[in-house]
Design a protein around this ligand. Structure first.
Ligand SMILES: Cc1cc2nc3c(=O)[nH]c(=O)nc-3n(C[C@H](O)[C@H](O)[C@H](O)COP(=O)(O)OP(=O)(O)OC[C@H]3O[C@@H](n4cnc5c(N)ncnc54)[C@H](O)[C@@H]3O)c2cc1C
Length: 807
């Protein structure tokens, strides 16, 4: 390693942290040709969490692009030795997942469907075959298993040694015993940092400092929600019956992972409630150290392990290893540029998948530093996805034990975290409590999922507990009038002399509309993909209010700021909390508005808005609908929301929740960002080419022009399933004649059509039209027949409706 005296004073990029994330990021930056990149480590390489990792690499994740990162890791880990001469310790013995209850079996079968979709080899196998693969396992209570031959494990320190060797071969330098003590910014930009031995000027910094990342990001004024938990595995001396390497055994019902280690056993756990630990207690000098054993805490897991592996009773314990690992409020890591500070990149908060993901994540972070965006859409790990409320010590220490505890939980539809709730409430919260709302948490906000059933729902992959309630709310919106609380949608005021020209550059639709117009538009990136989709109200010639997705507001504000030119007179302000939005939807809406004194509202045309007074409350009423029923979205001052709600309720409207809204939007084929739209999807694929103004010079236009008259490679469509009992959830493969041609992206039961309905992204073919094509959707390895439609499953114009009650 270079000595601290050689420390340069000026480089392009500084990577902070010498664990797997830092080493991988450094390697990929150097390999791409950035030779003046350096890594600073305040202790020694791997000395934080990386050295003691169990280092399993299991490929399957919740999305294709996250899975692809691990597939990339696997190929890197198995080929680095050839490139560098340094082994990574890669062992490819596969992994075996077992199920001991029907829900787990459904879940792991769903994962097999997902694996096929994402190009990962995985197959259901018999209990007998599972036992053959893990002879020491007690299989008495096992009812099914899945075999994934491509999985394996690596030697974490060897891996870092190989990455560092590769990086150095391309000119990168590494400085150990060199801690970063301050980060230097000018305005909102990184300009350098101070180390224990000197100052370095640079354009970009990658914070890859594991559990210390929160305090390091804070040095640049960036607040990120990361907090460590203790993580345990037991090691034994050699055990009879173990020779050579075995697959990793995943017994997630028992909260365990099990593998061989030097002829003995390594038994790790994600116990139901983890132990958070204050990073200050761990300290800065925690190098190659461990936390104290805690046998009382581990005992229930030990009992589970004794049940699964009776041979453990005779094994000699080598140690109960306890190491700290960082976790985040949603269980996913942070990868990308911070919202607040340009040039500050984050690759941290790895939630126990740092080794598996490290190869691909380092590649993606390097790509992001060099190109300003990740190689594929990675919105699930975008650091800009968190509201400020999750950064408090109180919220973090409440949430992370649950995140660790749910690492192996079955991802049931509708599952909600129990901890760190009530962080953000809409002004109507108390009203929703009185109406027996079941709440879900979105971007920290509590939002009603559905109303009226008092018991906690029993989660299932079958028809959910809330099926009838949601149906009743859809019925209200469809036949009478419903009130939807849309107050959590982000609201961004864009104002000033140049607001119009600025928005015509960052938005693809024509923003030169008269005051009183509402425009559906998209913010696209240079590649023509969606950064956001939104509704803009033109409030006056110099002022627009943008309504964006609930969790998009921080990201969208950062995007807007980054595209504002120095000479443009535009202010950009977050107004989310200042205003409430109530959707009044359904055939009785006009009657209700009339009853409440807003007689003229009925004359308002679609995509127009106007000031009005409803029940004495001043509102801005916009003729829009996210659910395919006639009505208005009513924006009022937050402190007037209760008065507006009470007036609407007294005039005959009734509350409806998010589940009803989602079902209705999917029937109406309205796409949702993060589900159906992302940074890799362009408007032609989304069927949203109509929202492009080709006369303006918007960002993304150059990428879209060559595609303008071509059939897109994929298209968003609707699929209506024939079997009313089918339970699509989104992310299911779609088959035509035995081959996968696409995947569902959102799904629900469509109460107005009486059938399950999905939005799906499907490959197009020059020879065949997608319209009316009969396909099959694989739900937990059962194929359900359905028909593709290019138009919405439900459209109020003309179609004859069936109520779910007739199913
Ligand atoms: C018991 C256990 C088992 C695990 N098993 C698995 C597994 O099977 N599979 C898997 O994928 N993952 C596993 N993990 C998780 C995985 O090990 C981690 O996600 C990964 O090692 C984190 O790497 P990192 O580079 O983010 O952080 P670290 O390895 O902690 O590296 C961060 C480095 O930053 C340095 N640093 C901090 N502040 C500064 C500063 N100001 N200046 C300079 N340097 C600084 C630290 O000294 C440290 O070396 C496990 C974790 C534990 C604890």
């Amino acid at each position: 390693m270079a000595g601290s005296t050689d420390l340069p004073t000026q480089v392009s990029v500084v990577v902070i942290g010498g664990g797997v994330m830092g080493c991988s990021t450094l390697y990929h930056l150097a390999k791409t040709g950035i030779s003046d990149v350096i890594l600073l480590e305040r202790n020694q390489l791997t000395s934080g969490t990386t050295w003691h990792s169990a280092a399993q690499v299991r490929a399957l994740r919740s999305s294709k692009n996250l899975t692809d990162l691990i597939k990339y890791s696997v190929s890197l880990y198995s080929s680095l030795e050839q490139e560098t001469g340094q082994s990574t310790g890669w062992i490819n013995e596969g992994s075996l997942s077992i199920a001991t209850n029907p829900d787990r079996l459904t879940f792991i079968k769903r994962q097999v469907s997902l694996a096929h979709l994402y190009g990962v080899e995985a197959n259901s196998i018999s209990v007998g075959e599972a036992k053959e693969r893990w002879p020491l396992m007690n299989s008495d209570d096992v009812i099914g298993a899945v075999w994934s031959p491509g999985d394996g494990r690596v030697g974490p320190s060897d891996l870092c040694a190989a990455l560092v060797k590769g990086a150095k071969a391309h000119g990168a330098r590494i400085f150990e015993d060199t801690g970063v003590i301050a980060i230097l910014t000018r305005g909102d930009k990184i300009v350098g940092l101070e180390t224990s031995v000197g100052t370095i000027h640079c354009d970009a910094i990658a914070i890859c400092t594991g559990l210390w990342s929160r305090e390091n990001a804070m040095k640049a004024g960036v607040d990120i929600p990361i907090w460590p938990c203790e993580h345990f595995y037991l090691l034994t001396n050699p055990v009879e019956g173990i020779s050579g390497n075995l697959p990793t055994l995943s017994d997630h019902d028992s909260h365990l992972y099990i593998r061989d280690d030097s002829g003995g056993l390594l038994i790790g756990c994600f116990e139901p409630s983890g132990k958070a630990i204050n990073p200050e207690q761990i300290g800065e000098n925690f190098a190659f150290q461990l936390l104290p054993e805690d046998w009382d805490h581990f005992e229930p897991m030990l009992n589970n392990a004794l049940h699964r592996l009776p041979c453990l009773a005779d094994a000699e314990v080598r140690m109960l290893l306890n190491g700290p690992e960082s976790f985040t409020p949603d269980g996913s890591f942070l990868l990308g540029e911070s919202a607040e500070t340009r040039g500050l990149f984050l690759g941290c908060g790895m939630n126990s998948v740092g080794i598996a993901t490290g190869g691909g994540a380092g590649m993606a972070l390097a790509h992001c530093i060099l190109n300003g965006h990740t190689p594929t859409d990675l919105h699930e790990v975008d650091p800009k996805r968190y509201p400020a409320c999750f950064s408090s010590v109180e919220a973090l220490t409440a949430r992370v034990p649950e995140i660790l505890g749910k690492h192996y939980a079955i991802s049931f539809p509708g599952m909600q975290f129990q901890s760190a709730r009530d962080l953000r409430k809409t002004p109507l919260h108390q009203r929703w409590v009185e109406h027996q709302a079941h709440f879900g948490q979105f971007y920290g906000w509590e939002r009603p999922l559905y109303f009226g059933k008092q018991n906690e729902p029993v989660l299932t992959f079958d028809r959910p507990d809330w099926f009838e309630q949601v149906g009743a709310e859809v019925e209200i919106a469809h036949r009478h009038a419903a009130i939807f609380d849309q107050s959590t949608f982000g609201k961004i005021r864009v104002e000033g002399r140049d607001a119009e020209s600025f928005l015509n550059r960052v938005c693809a639709n024509d923003m030169t509309r008269s005051t009183g117009s509402a425009v559906y538009t998209a913010m696209l990136n240079q590649r023509g993909g969606f950064e956001s989709d939104l509704i803009a109200l033109r409030l006056n010639p110099d002022s627009y209010r943008l309504y964006v997705g609930t969790s998009a507001v921080k990201r969208d504000i950062a995007w807007l700021h980054r595209h504002l030119e120095p000479n443009q007179q535009v202010s950009i302000n977050d107004e989310t909390e200042a205003f409430s939005v109530l959707g009044l939807m359904g055939p009785d809406s006009a009657k209700i508005a009339h009853r409440l004194g807003a007689t003229d509202l009925n004359d308002l045309a679609y995509f127009q808005h106007c000031p009005a007074e409803i029940g004495g409350v001043p509102v801005e009423a916009a003729r829009l609908s996210y659910v395919g029923e006639a009505g208005w979205e009513l924006t009022c001052a937050a402190n007037q929301a209760v008065a507006l709600f009470d007036a609407l309720l007294n005039a005959g409207a009734k509350p409806a929740g998010i589940f009803a809204q989602t079902s209705m939007r999917i029937e109406k084929q309205f796409l949702a960002y993060g589900h159906d739209l992302d940074t890799d999807t362009n408007p032609f694929q989304a069927g949203l080419g109509f929202a492009i103004d080709w006369d303006s010079n918007f960002i993304g236009k150059q990428a879209l022009l060559p595609l303008r008259d071509k059939k897109p490679k994929t298209r968003m469509v609707t699929i209506v399933l024939d079997d009313p009992q089918a339970m699509p959830l989104g992310n299911e493969p779609v088959y035509l004649d035995g081959s996968i041609i696409g995947q569902t992206t959102s799904a629900a039961f469509g109460y107005r059509i009486g059938k399950p309905v999905a939005i799906a992204q499907i490959e197009t073919s020059p020879a065949q039209s997608l319209a009316d094509l009969a396909v099959e959707v694989d739900i937990a390895r059962n194929n359900f027949s359905g028909t593709i439609s290019l138009t919405p499953a439900y459209d109020p114009k003309g179609q004859r409706m069936r109520s779910y009650l007739q199913v």
